[in-house]
Design a protein around this ligand. Sequence first.
Ligand code: SF4
Length: 340
Amino acid sequence: MNIIPLFLPHAGCKTRCVFCNEYSATGIKKLPEEQELFGTVQRYLSYFKDRKNVELAFYGGTFTGLPVDILERYLKFSSEMITKGFVRAIRFSTSPEEITPEKIAMIKRYPVSLVELGVQSFDESVLRNSSRPHGVEEIYHAAELLREAEIPFGIHLMTGLPSDTVEKDLFSTFETVKLGASTCRIHPTVVLKGTILEEKFKAGKYHPQSLEEAIDVLWKMYVILTSGGVHINRVGLCLYGEEVNNIVAGPYHPALGDLIKSRVALEILKLLSEERNSCKLTLPDDNKIRQFFTGYRKYVVENAKDLGLSIEFSRNAPRVDLGYYIDRLNEIIETRAGVF
Ligand code: SF4
């Protein structure tokens, strides 16, 4: 599927979350007019080879928190794009407290393929200390309303927020699976210019995770979500070009998703080594397995060496069922969830 992203920075937001500065994260300063949106749609369509499976995505801000007349305008624009055959559905991100029976009735009139709920955490103190506009109760309520209306929803989680801990991150991830989210986007908190978090960081009142700390919790979240059947549509903050210069501090890495997958591969190698009672592991010589167990810039191979493990690939090696090992890792994480 191809996505046409339309950014509406801070549109519909009633508060400013401590970590957020969408003007600095997207470089966009004002709400786009329909004419501009149409230009973006045309530009993206010209890039796509497959134009049958295209969706419009309103990212940034709190889509259903927009004043009703503006919300209707954007929905009507989307509807027009659908009628013209340019796109087949729309998706948007919003905040849980802005999902109400009235808003559901409104969006139900359009082909909405996914609502992404900016949840960040299922812990009340993390939400409060991040100045989120909702509490935990609203997350469950929004998910229930969307489920009843049969509108698929995704959840956005963050690690390293003020008052956050690894245990809270893992709890939030297990709750995401339990709620029946179709997708999840996860990223560690990065201090961006022009945010409240930047002030706190400079005053020594906020300490971001190191990249290693972030990886150490994100790989577990990745396993929980994958094992729970939740599609992970992104790991790591999405910043383009110059936007990277807006990072003040924190665990940003342009290939964070690849690093996380590589770390999962390393954990699977450890399981295989225990199971086979051997430090020399022979793995099947097929492209997918070779790529997975080599990892981002040989991350897996190099780190395995440090653990005293060696890998070789052979056509005669026994098959490795990655799904089975992800489920095993998930069981281990679940058992130890209270002690990480
Ligand atoms: S995180 Fe979402 S709700 Fe909070 S200020 Fe940013 S766009 Fe608005």
